[in-house]
Write a protein that binds this ligand. Structure first.
Ligand code: AGP
Length: 608
């Protein structure tokens, strides 16, 4: 999750870009850089570390120019060195980028054959070289950018400027945010409205797949097919508050859409993508190798994330895991062998029951690790080690991006544990890391079912009760789906393990009961199909969340199918979290409930 700023103006931009980057530093601060263009020549300054280093650099070697792009980086591909800092330039173009270009290795091989060699380890430079090759072939800047953007896979946002073009910046959004600010005789690009706020409160938020060409006078926006489109201009309220909903109707939807970006940020913190490895702090206060048991405590959605992690740690690291809701754990006085590892998961870091469970474990000689979003929170402060979630502020009471980011952290820890305990080889680690690296792209695709889910939600809104079913690591996602629906629609919903159906809940099934089945085509799929037959035979209405292969083999028993992208079972719980969030969201919107602040709930539960 890096920060991007670009300005085309009639007055000098360097200092203003650095000020805007300051407001984006929350997105990353491994290094920063800036490029401007004067008289058709692109110049740049970059510095490793925080923005203040770049400021010092600029004080010594200032940059003129009324057009420029800047970047504050959270390293993904390549170490946080000056050579890897953005902007990446060639003799024809300068580019800044946020996110991950998934197909950069194949593009690199292709460029290599044509003699275009990168000097950094980044995926961004590959984009700069691709554009340069198109320019060398005679394309105009605008067309060169368009033809390259089409070829990029993954979740990203980028901005580029061209040698000899002092009145053009091209930006693109695919899975990571980018907004256009409409100033007086100038146009601005920024990763969010917070960066743009000092210049103007008139903002247009690009939609998924959009790309834009800004000059000092206007912004032309195109959709993913290259068709010119109009996107509404919004007035931001950022003078009053630092967070806003952008062009989304609710914070919940905004946060659902932030997931590709949030997850690439988390991935870049926990994964060494260039080498296909998990990177954890070098000094952990515990040793995965010598652990006999991992104890996880959390509440609500965070507890379900812990349940998914149990499948991962037990399967990939052969580490036995106990997971409990913190409110139960704290009072049942579980015996604990000293020197064990207790892990606490909490978005807010202030949840009273989770904190009490933490203190119990501390008194009982456990190493305390926590996965939190609020890094200044009490849970963070009382932990021996904190694994930050890094998803940015989550405002909606119903947790979405914090959940998938928590899952990404847990998945990284499970790989590290498997590797250290000798149950995962180097090659397997590479494959699993690659799957996590590709998640932002897969989540962007999963978000593509939004329209279909909106339609299904109209039917769901009529239900009094809804049953969610899942097996294996998708069982907790079924429970998460039920919790989301309850929280924001007030419809009664329960999540069950599919195999438990016959042991009671099947008695509920009749033609009024929708059953949401979370079942991609994995090893257990046939068993779930049998469960679906049992539901259909009793008149139950099935909404199936599955992949293409699952959809093909399922037959006629299903009323609705929501397709998720094909992926390995390891990452499926994270991908399948998206449709269950959207299903709850659209049902709530259709019913007209207060989506972001549902009745009786609070974002941070600091009482037991
Ligand atoms: C989820 O949508 C919730 N609102 C709730 O279950 C939440 O996950 C739970 O209260 C735990 O909060 P925490 O992550 O801040 O500890």
């Amino acid at each position: 999750m890096c920060g991007i700023v670009g300005i085309v103006s009639t007055t000098p931009v360097a200092d203003r870009i650095v000020d805007a980057l300051k407001r984006l530093e929350y997105r990353g601060y491994d290094s920063a850089g800036l490029a401007t263009s004067v008289d058709g020549r692109i110049d740049r300054r970059r510095a490793p570390g925080k923005l203040t280093n770049l400021r010092e650099r600029l004080a010594a070697e200032p940059l003129d120019g009324t057009i420029g792009i800047g970047h504050t980086r959270w390293a993904t591909h390549g170490a946080p060195t000056e050579a890897n800092a953005h902007p990446h330039t060639t003799n024809r173009v300068a580019i800044v980028h946020n996110g991950i270009i998934e197909n950069f290795r194949e593009l690199k091989t292709e460029l290599d054959k044509d003699g275009y060699k990168p000097v950094s380890e980044t995926d961004t430079e590959i984009v700069a070289l691709m554009v340069t090759r198109e320019l060398d072939r005679g394309m105009a800047p605008f067309d060169a950018a368009a033809s390259v953007i089409k070829r990029l896979e993954g979740a990203f946002a980028l901005a580029m400027m061209f040698k000899g073009e002092d009145n053009l910046i091209v930006g693109a959004r695919q899975g990571a945010p980018l907004a256009v600010g409409h100033g007086e005789n100038e146009m601005i690009l920024g990763s969010d409205a917070i960066a743009i706020a000092p210049f103007t409160n008139k903002v247009t938020y690009l939609e998924e797949g959009d790309w834009v060409a800004i000059t000092k006078d206007d912004a032309r926006i195109f959709d993913r097919e290259g068709q010119p489109v109009e996107r509404a201009m919004a007035q931001t309220q950022l003078g009053v508050s630092m967070v806003d909903k952008g062009n989304h109707r609710h914070f919940m939807l905004k946060e659902i859409y932030e997931q590709p970006d949030a997850i690439s940020h988390t991935a870049s913190h926990y994964l060494d993508l260039a080498n296909g490895k998990v990177k954890l702090p070098s000094k952990l206060p515990f040793d995965f190798k010598s652990l006999n048991r991992l104890t996880i405590s959390a509440c609500g959605t965070a507890y379900y994330a812990g349940l998914v992690a149990k499948y991962w740690f037990e399967k990939y690291a052969r580490l036995p895991v106990e997971v409990d809701v913190a409110s139960e754990f704290r009072y049942r006085e579980p015996p604990m062998d000293a020197g064990g590892l207790a892990l606490f998961i909490s978005q807010s870091g202030e949840t009273a029951d989770t904190l009490a469970a933490l203190r119990y474990c501390k008194e009982n000689g456990q190493h305390i690790a926590s996965i939190v979003n609020a890094q200044e929170s009490t849970i963070a402060r009382e932990s021996d080690i904190v694994f930050p979630i890094l998803c940015g502020p989550e405002i909606s009471v119903a947790s979405t991006k914090a959940t998938t980011a928590q899952l990404s952290v847990l998945a990284s820890l499970a790989i590290a544990a498997g590797r250290q305990r000798g149950h995962i080889s180097e090659a397997q680690e590479f494959e699993l890391v690659d799957m996590l690296a590709k998640l932002p792209g897969a989540i962007t695709k999963a978000l593509g079912s939004e329209e279909k889910i909106d339609q299904i939600s109209h039917k769901l809104s009529k239900a009094k009760d809804v049953l969610y079913l899942g097996r294996g690591s998708l069982f907790p996602i079924a429970m998460e789906g039920a919790l989301k629906l309850k929280e924001i629609t007030y419809i009664h919903a329960e999540g069950y393990a599919s195999g438990e159906l016959k042991h009671g809940p099947i008695a509920l099934i009749d033609e009024t009961l929708p059953v949401v089945v979370v079942a991609p085509s994995d090893d257990l799929f046939d068993k779930t199909i049998s469960n679906m037959h049992e539901v259909a035979a009793r008149g139950g209405k099935i909404i199936l969340i599955t992949d293409e292969a699952g959809a093909k083999s399922v037959g006629d028993d299903v009323d609705e199918i929501i397709i998720v992208p094909d992926a390995h079972e390891f990452v499926m719980p994270i991908i399948c979290a998206i449709p269950v969030q959207l299903l709850a969201y659209y049902t709530a919107v259709f019913m007209g409930t207060d989506v972001d602040q549902p009745r009786n709930l609070a974002k941070s539960v600091t009482v037991e």
